[in-house]
Design a protein around this ligand. Structure first.
Ligand SMILES: [Zn+2]
Length: 304
């Protein structure tokens, strides 16, 4: 039923990664070029007048922060990034980020630990989480045809349909957590963990993520979406009547995104606690929104 999903673009292959990043210096130069495409600036005050510290590579001193004194502000390429204050070389960070971005359903900290040969699970877990935090992005408001839907992640499968939307989901209800998402057809997705699927919550999410000039919002017939009528052009699919597509009205794009996350959470991560689910959602959202970005790796590093 689902038609013509765009093929993901070519990403960095393993040999390309090795060629691009032969050593730590190559990674430092790459980070500097991504952070400061117009030249190094002071991370504290934004001043472009900084000078190299001759005694330390990849270190600079700002001419404005405490000028003249010998206690001027010195910083490195890592200052203010997620890589700061860690004892792992940048090259290992890059490798972990690369692995996370090329795997469609993500890679668990356990897989990362084994692949990277790390001695500790905590190390792998901490690195993955820092990278996920960096991947949290602000997406422009969605226009055109937008599909909105919610889903419930975690808990027991057999109960999923029964207590979906009971109002108790995510709190009790088999440990499920509610996630709402909006996707522009052939465009970006925005997904977020929510407390409940009430009308108030859903409408607030739509107001925040969907442009008021949207040409159509497609949802199913959950009453939480009833209030959209009159406010937006609103097309409704009644799944209970076994209807799934009426002309352009359907929610199959967002359903495809849900199945990707669920396969990731079940198959790769096995279980994700409610506390950390927003980070995993951000990771899947970032991969989805950069699926046609050949420079997805560079885009991610820039955000770190
Ligand atoms: Zn400064």
């Amino acid at each position: 039923m689902r038609s013509k999903r765009p093929k993901p673009v070519h990403q960095l292959t393993e040999p390309e990664f090795e060629t691009l990043f032969p050593d730590e210096d190559a990674c430092c130069a790459y980070l500097v070029a991504r952070r400061w495409p117009e030249g190094v600036r002071c991370p504290r005050c934004g001043n472009p007048a900084v000078y190299d510290l001759p005694s330390r590579k990849w270190h600079w001193q700002c001419t404005k922060c405490a000028p003249g004194g010998n206690t001027g502000y010195r910083f490195s390429h890592l200052a203010g990034t997620i890589f700061e204050n860690t004892n792992k070389p940048l090259r290992q960070w890059f490798k972990v980020a690369h692995l996370m971005l090329v795997s469609k359903k993500g890679m668990s900290a356990l897989q990362i630990m084994r692949y990277m040969g790390f001695g500790s699970y905590k190390t792998a877990w901490g690195m993955c989480h820092k990278i996920r935090t960096a991947l949290m992005e602000n997406v422009e408001k969605l226009g055109g045809i937008v599909e909105v839907d919610e889903t419930y992640i975690g808990g027991k499968d057999k109960n999923r349909h029964k207590d979906k939307r009971s109002g108790k989901a995510g709190r009790g209800a088999g440990g499920k957590t509610a996630v709402v998402g909006a996707v522009k057809r052939k465009g970006n997705v925005v997904a977020r963990v929510i407390e409940n699927a009430s009308r108030k919550t859903l409408e607030a999410f739509i107001k925040e993520t969907v442009s008021s000039k949207v040409s159509l919002i497609c949802t199913d017939d959950w009453r939480g979406y009833d209030g959209l009528d009159g406010k937006y052009p609103h097309g409704v699919i009644d799944h209970s009547k076994d209807m799934h597509v009426i002309g352009v009205v359907h929610t199959q794009t967002i359903e495809g995104f849900w199945s990707l996350i669920k396969r990731g959470v079940v198959g790769t991560f096995h279980k994700v606690s409610r506390k950390y689910l927003p980070l995993y959602v951000a990771e899947f959202q970032f991969r989805y929104n950069n699926r046609r970005n050949a420079d997805i790796f560079g885009t991610a590093i820039k955000e770190c």
